[in-house]
Design a protein around this ligand. Structure first.
Ligand code: FAD
Length: 329
């Protein structure tokens, strides 16, 4: 295994992909090739989206050109990943294919507003860059009324972020001097949290109530009626709104479903210790990996560390492999 030149291909230049590529390129030097593929020329730091929403950041402040990683020895390919052929150890891009000896899949999650009827006409969100800027314009034009924030069924990026959204909107309306003309409400499919205040969800619920934000639990969205301005839930429940921010449903990237690699709605099945997939020499990290953990950058980062460390040990023959031990809530 050692001695031969290896090509390590990383799909996705988000939180997980950037960490994996940088660590591998630094550790392997110019004796091996580390290639990072992303459809975008920039890394986009998604936790910044909520700050974009309330006008506290501009897009260029939360983006960095991926080519900056070339100084560490990472080769950047700006291209669309169309599929993976595990038998040939190849990734299909637009018009050409790239061979891999090792593949790290870090394609994140796709947002799928199309899965909720009426979403496109009736709702805003800040879970993608363009959508966050459209939501910001709608917020700037808003003159008062009923603001509703909510989450769909299924997994989505960063479970605590819908709570942060409520609090940031509360602060935004206070700064504009119009908080008394706005009611904020939140809905979620989850049951009402109970128990000790040390439980994060109990604490977050209390923080929202302290800000006068009404919480609706066990509300499962079925559709949005943009004309009547209602969110329609299971069993006939309805919530009226003037401005709706709803986190869209998320699903694994189309290319991963079509290739047969992602077989659950929460992503690619992986070994919890090593992030290895059912395919030889293919690993999945970050939001696209089906792990019993939040879809969060902090998780993607730790998974990238472990996979980069273990591949370095395997390729160079130096060091011992280590299992993933996640530190997160
Ligand atoms: C509003 C918001 C707030 C958040 N706050 C936090 C926080 O406070 N703390 C935290 O830890 N996490 C937070 N997160 C979650 C965090 O951003 C994600 O969990 C993290 O980015 C996942 O990293 P990833 O590498 O798995 O995927 P991503 O960062 O999503 O990267 C995936 C990359 O793959 C590329 N890609 C996808 N499909 C293709 C394709 N077919 N071809 C080519 N390229 C493709 C994309 O362009 C993207 O660059 C937040 C997310 C949001 C939306």
């Amino acid at each position: 295994m050692t001695g031969q030149r290896k090509q390590i291909v990383i799909l996705g230049g988000g939180s997980g992909g950037v960490v994996a590529a940088t660590k591998l390129a630094r550790a392997l030097g110019d004796r091996h090739d580390v290639i990072l593929v992303d459809r975008r020329p920039e890394h986009v730091f998604m936790p910044g989206f909520l700050f974009l929403l309330v006008g506290q950041r501009e897009p260029e402040q939360i983006m960095r050109r991926l080519r900056r990683l070339e100084r560490h020895g990472v080769k950047i390919l700006q291209d669309e990943v169309l599929g993976i052929d595990a038998a040939r150890q190849e990734v299909a891009l637009v018009g050409h294919k790239v061979h891999y000896d090792y593949l790290i899949v870090a394609l994140g999650f796709d947002t799928r507003p199309d899965m909720i009827p009426g979403y496109a006409e009736g709702a805003h969100h800040a879970w993608e860059l363009d959508a966050a800027m459209r939501a910001r314009r709608a917020l700037d034009e808003f003159d008062g009324g009923r603001v509703v924030v909510g989450v769909p069924l299924g997994p989505y990026r960063c479970p605590p972020a819908p709570y942060e959204t409520q609090w940031m909107l509360d602060g935004y309306f206070k700064r504009r001097g119009m908080r008394d003309r706005v009611t904020i409400e939140y809905f979620t499919r989850e049951a009402e949290p109970a128990g000790e205040a040390r439980d994060p969800v109990v604490w977050m619920d209390a923080e929202s109530r302290r800000r006068g934000i009404k919480q609706h639990y066990e509300f499962v969205v079925q559709s949005i009626d943009a004309e009547r301005k209602t969110v329609n839930g299971l069993y006939g429940y309805k919530l009226a709104y003037d401005l709706l921010f709803m986190i869209p449903p998320h699903r694994p990237a189309r290319a991963l479903i079509d290739s047969g690699l992602a077989d659950t709605e929460t992503g690619i099945r992986v070994d919890y210790d090593t992030l290895a997939t059912k395919w030889d020499n293919v690993y999945a990290i970050g939001d696209c990996a089906d792990m019993p953990a939040s879809k969060a950058g902090v998780v993607a980062h730790q998974e990238a560390d472990v996979v980069a460390h273990n591949l370095t040990a395997e390729i160079t023959g130096r060091g011992e492999p280590t299992p993933l031990r996640l530190h997160t809530i």
